[in-house]
Design a protein around this ligand. Structure first.
Ligand code: AMP
Length: 199
């Protein structure tokens, strides 16, 4: 653990309150080193493995900057498996306990579309999804990524290994160029770009 405290990191008051309640005392090294950059809207490549606190490293700054009045998704987390998508969405929910009206939605294959469509219509601030189902929603016109501020590629190495690279590139094209990108467990830099593919 580092000497840094959560209160040194410029996180919002509702987040600091939630952290106190979940009992985290100090940021893990990955949190202390990435949270300040993410809060400043910089892109981040993190090499931390599962179990190091990597989820909170991206979830806390996203939640600190969330605009609760904006109904279109502000952050999209892409995850290789439904288990990880659910786990990450639950972490967002836990850290957002003191942000009234905050909504996070996990979207993954194998679950019926109805509840996902309903939630997307109502408005969600953060979407956590597996690439295939995210593309399905983009094709149906039910997911609007035009207002996205942050894209997280969680366990990017695993997404690459599972053959999701083309899906991820396709999703990237639907996001604004100005968006911030955080990548947990690269390699992702050499293959991914925000620009459209050559015609
Ligand atoms: P992750 O690497 O995101 O899978 O997190 C691993 C575990 O560490 C989870 O159970 C988190 O709740 C927990 N955790 C994350 N950050 C902290 C922290 N700063 N202090 C204590 N536990 C933490």
């Amino acid at each position: 653990m580092s000497d840094t405290l959560f209160t040194d990191l410029n996180l919002s008051a509702p987040i600091l309150k939630a952290l106190k309640e979940v009992g985290y005392e100090t940021p893990s090294p990955i949190q202390a080193s990435t949270i300040p950059h993410l809060l400043e809207n910089r892109d981040v490549l993190g090499t931390a493995q599962t179990g190091t606190g990597k989820t909170a490293a991206f979830a806390l700054p996203i939640l600190s900057r969330i605009d609760i009045k904006q109904a279109a998704p502000q952050a999209l987390v892409l995850a290789p498996t439904r288990e990880l998508a659910i786990q990450v969405a639950e972490a967002f929910q836990r850290y957002a306990t003191h942000i009234p009206k905050f909504h996070v939605l996990p979207i993954y294959g194998g679950q019926s579309y109805g509840p996902q469509l309903q939630a997307l219509r109502r408005g969600v601030h953060v979407v956590v999804g597996t690439p295939g189902r995210v593309i399905d929603h983009l094709e149906k016109g039910s997911l609007d990524l035009s207002q996205l501020k942050t894209l997280v590629l969680d366990e990017a190495d695993e997404m690459l290994r599972m053959g999701f690279i083309e899906d991820v590139e396709r999703i990237l094209q639907e996001t604004p160029e100005s968006r911030q990108t955080a990548c947990s467990r690269p390699p992702c830099r050499p293959r991914l770009s925000a620009s459209p593919p050559p015609t």
